[in-house]
Design a binder for this molecule. Structure first.
Ligand code: PLP
Length: 416
């Protein structure tokens, strides 16, 4: 077995008794204090990644901006860390605007996306002075004009680029529901340029997510360059993260070498560039700690835990591969290959299909690393599940930033 610890947030270590320590906090102490399952974010790992993005971009293109794609981990505490590290926030829905504002972001540094923005979301954005609204369709323009207020906008272009990732997270291919084909965009751009209220600031492009090579990013630049010269180019997010041994994502530096290199080749030298990393910003900064509920030995050994697709939909939606370890016994003894499953009423509720665990038994704690991206985001109440808490662990001090849902929370919405 390879070194499971290397998939945990940077700075994680094993204590003398083999217990994993994340953000300076022992996994067993976190489980005792906050219960299980619990999603633990290593604050220093998160900050280090934000700074890496910020500094690597500044080194290649001064005056450009990193905005964190909030949807990868849309809670105030995570957004606030990004704001404190000097980043803006990209949002894709009303609730993300509210947590972003609560996190203290300058509204001028918010970028709003969405292929089906509601009147309510447009109103919220315009009222709060959100910096850039990314127009995805002509109806967005109608809605923005109807507010009667001025607004800076970008137009989202389909670059016609594919990438080697799961089809469900491809967004830049011809036929994507996001954005406009260049020919269709041209007319809308002219309309915005003649709008009395809207200001046409630039273009946006986003190829997809969990992309593990740099070429698709570079390829996405030339198609937007043909639409004319603008002040701002938002080149999206999508860099892949390391979930498992096999993943070898490009470094932020090599990703930016390719992307900024293409921008230097095709886009005006004076243009401001924006990037919007989500997954690669947060994925490996967090880990989920579960408790083993049942071990069923047969043709397959199933290790069932007290969570599952209620707190991690990445497996069911994108067949994402994770790794796992029994807390205190990552390296054995008695490693056996098992399937880690959740507690939900779906055969697809598998967390890890085939992973070596050391003598799994009821009551053990099980840790799954690299759960920082989109797990909190897509948490749900399937089977009456109470959504799990988020704890920021910082130099040995854990801080509850999202509490566990209660039965009362669940019943409060059930108003019959
Ligand atoms: C989801 C999304 C991102 C972030 O993508 P990641 O793969 O999480 O980096 C950036 N921009 C837009 C428009 C998105 O929809």
């Amino acid at each position: 077995m390879s070194d499971l610890l290397s998939l945990f947030p940077s700075g994680s270590r094993l204590d003398g008794d083999g217990t994993v320590v994340v953000g300076g906090c022992r996994a067993d102490d976190l489980a005792a204090e906050f219960g299980t399952p619990v999603l633990v974010v290593a604050e220093q790992a998160l900050r280090a990644r934000a700074r890496e993005y910020r500094d690597e971009l500044a080194a290649r293109r001064p005056g450009s901006r990193v905005v964190f794609a909030s949807k990868a981990f849309p809670c105030t505490a995570v957004q606030r860390v990004m704001v404190e590290e000097g980043l803006g926030l990209d949002v894709a829905g009303g609730g993300e605007i509210l947590t972003a504002l609560k996190a203290g972001v300058d509204p001028g540094l918010i970028v709003l996306h969405g292929n089906a923005k509601s009147d309510e979301e447009i109103a919220l954005a315009v009222e709060h002075g959100i910096g850039l609204v990314v127009v995805d369709n002509a109806d967005d323009v109608d809605r923005l004009e109807a507010t009667g207020r001025p607004q800076d906008v970008l137009v989202r272009i389909i670059p016609g680029v594919t990438a080697d990732t799961h089809a469900h997270v491809l967004t830049g291919h011809a036929g994507s529901k996001f954005g406009l084909a260049p020919a269709d965009a041209a007319a809308l751009i002219r309309r915005i340029e003649h709008s009395p209220r809207l200001r046409m600031r630039g273009l946006h492009v986003h190829v997809g997510s969990q992309i593990l090579d740099v070429e698709p990013f570079a390829e996405s630049v030339a198609p937007i360059a043909r639409l004319g010269e603008f002040e701002i180019y938002d080149l999206g997010g999508g860099l892949g993260a390391r979930y498992t041994w096999a993943d070898k994502p490009p470094s932020v530096a090599s990703y930016l070498d390719a992307l900024i290199g293409a921008a230097k080749q095709h886009l005006p030298a004076s243009a401001q560039l924006i990037i919007e990393p989500g997954r690669s910003m947060v994925c490996t900064a967090a880990t989920t700690i579960y408790r083993v509920t049942t071990v069923k030995r047969g043709a397959i050994t199933f290790v069932a835990v007290d969570g599952g697709m209620g707190d991690n939909l990445e497996v069911a939606l994108f067949e994402q591969r994770f790794e796992a370890g029994i807390v205190g016994r990552f390296d054995g003894p008695g490693l056996e290959s098992v399937t880690v499953v959740g507690r939900h009423c779906e055969s697809g509720d598998v967390l890890v299909d085939g992973v070596p665990l050391s003598e799994p038994a009821v009551g053990d704690l099980l840790a799954i690393p690299a759960t920082g991206a989109y797990c909190y985001t897509m948490a749900n109440n399937y089977n009456g599940n109470r959504r799990i808490p988020v704890v920021l662990a910082n130099e040995g001090v854990p801080r509850l930033v999202v509490r566990r849902e209660t039965w009362d929370d669940l019943m409060a919405r059930d108003v019959d």
